[in-house]
Unconditional design. Structure first.
Length: 300
């Protein structure tokens, strides 16, 4: 992830943090900000400097205070806080859905790079991550071959997903009150409610919401291996099962309801309820995936 991406995301989080403080309140120390934002001391200092330059903070050293000029207009656009790898992943998954990609499909790096507006190295790095799982195979002078999924592969993957996400969900429920993840999960809950109200017209928007929700839950584990595993999880569970278009609207509506129950359990901080809601949703996702895998047809 590029440094400026990390900085911009940390800056936005800092704006959210100081928005809860009254004008003239002391700015938290560098160490406190570093712990709350989850970034390095160098990035924290850059954030504080930019806050001062933009008029959100006044003073210097330990005498810095929050100013009345703080506000949402200071934030960096969301598109600038997402890493290139995350942008490639999102574009790739949407392309697979839109093109109805099937086993046997040849993937051309140059074509995707032009389509996504990124360098071919970004595409290659993304595809390399999946090669070890046997989902994609490099063909000399012929691009990449998408090999697809089998039922046994899906079942093995699901065992790992359940283990990782249950652990992350329990960790999420135990987060301190001042964790920025609580603000994010509440915002996601509002997005779920809004989408549910417009489900007839916008049910296909659930894909992105689903991915962001599960990534947020798993981020509570602070485990680099779980974070890395999320790439393959996203490919399989958050996109592949949608190739089965039968009852897609109804399935997405039901999944939103399961997400809301899951989110409410997290907000309630009851470990038993969190486990129950998490397992119930993952069980539904498993059945949807297996139905999709059994119906998958090779590319012509």
């Amino acid at each position: 992830m590029k440094t400026d991406t990390v900085f911009k995301r940390a800056f936005n989080d800092a704006i959210e943090l100081i928005s809860t403080l009254p004008d003239g309140a002391p700015l938290p120390s560098e160490n406190a900000l570093r712990a709350k934002l989850g970034v390095s001391r160098t990035t924290v200092r850059k954030v504080i400097s930019t806050l001062g330059a933009r008029g959100a903070v006044a003073g210097s050293g330990r005498s810095r205070v929050v100013c009345a000029r703080k506000g949402s207009t200071l934030r960096f656009p969301e598109s600038e806080t997402v890493s290139t790898s995350a942008q490639v992943e999102k574009s790739f998954m949407e392309w697979m859905l839109r093109e109805n990609t099937r086993p046997g499909t040849i993937i051309n790096e140059l074509e995707l790079a032009r389509r996504f507006g990124v360098a071919t190295t970004g595409i290659r790095e993304f595809l390399n991550r999946f090669q070890s799982f046997g989902l994609i195979e490099k063909r000399p002078n012929a691009g990449w071959l998408f090999k697809g999924f089998t039922e046994s592969f899906a079942l093995e993957l699901f065992e790992i997903r359940e283990m990782f996400e249950l652990r992350s969900a329990i960790a999420f429920a135990a987060l301190p009150e001042n964790s920025p993840l609580w603000r994010q999960i509440k915002a996601l809950r509002e997005e779920h409610v809004s989408l549910l109200k417009e489900i007839d017209l916008s049910y296909r928007d659930f894909s992105d919401l689903d991915s962001r929700f599960h990534r947020l839950v798993n981020s509570a584990s602070h485990n680099r291996f779980i974070d890395g595993f999320n790439d393959i999880i996203t490919l399989i569970f958050h996109y592949h099962y949608q190739w089965n278009k039968l009852d897609e609207r109804q399935r997405n509506e039901a999944a939103i309801g399961e997400h809301l129950a899951y989110i409410d359990a997290l907000l309630g901080r009851n470990p038993a309820e969190v486990k129950r809601a998490c397992r119930a949703h993952l069980s539904s996702a498993k059945m949807t995936l297996l139905r999709s895998t059994s119906q998958q047809q090779p590319a012509a």
